[in-house]
Design a protein around this ligand. Sequence first.
Ligand SMILES: Nc1ncnc2c1ncn2[C@@H]1O[C@H](COP(=O)(O)OP(=O)(O)OP(=O)(O)O)[C@@H](O)[C@H]1O
Ligand SMILES: [Mg+2]
Length: 187
Amino acid sequence: MVITFCNGKGGAGKTTLSILLGCALADAGRRVAFLDRDPQQTATRWIEETKPSIVLAQPDAAYDALIIDTPPHLESAVVHESLAQADKVVLVSSPSPADLWTSQRTVGVIRQHHHRDKAALLFNQVQRHTLLARELGPLAERIGLPALTHQVSRRQCYQHALVLGWKALDSSAREEILQVALEIITF
Ligand SMILES: Nc1ncnc2c1ncn2[C@@H]1O[C@H](COP(=O)(O)OP(=O)(O)OP(=O)(O)O)[C@@H](O)[C@H]1O
Ligand SMILES: [Mg+2]
């Protein structure tokens, strides 16, 4: 299964979540490979430095899941290639309406390659028990993409994970990421 993470808006959390969700799937026993298509190469550096349970994709090797991280440039050929190649597309966005509206163009680009049921919106940096957090479903509908039921909270341990690896996450953070990962492979 090829899962592509995208958003034309920078800093939405594509790299952080693609890495963490890959680790969660690997933790659940899947063979997971990562294809870092962002010239910033953050994920590559992270995998090389922290040696997590996911590997950089090698040509002709077999995996259960191939995770693709993309740069925030919708006109980039690698974004289109990564969308065309995907079985599932995950658009990562914060729940801020301004960020969501910026993500609207990305929905149009996803639609050039996929029917609505192959793509989902993953809310990141959600602050629980806030007004915005209660309105996520209707917010997602406004940009025309179904939202995953599970979301990712704003937590400092997700930032630490880039140096400490999966062990930076406490049990509730691991559980949160695992629930999102399982929802992605089954939607
Ligand atoms: N759930 C979260 N909680 C706390 N910090 C987060 C969370 N998700 C992302 N961040 C932080 O937000 C910043 C941007 O995240 P990240 O680099 O993953 O975004 P991106 O979409 O890959 O950016 P780019 O478009 O530049 O590739 C980073 O500092 C990251 O640590
Ligand atoms: Mg990135």
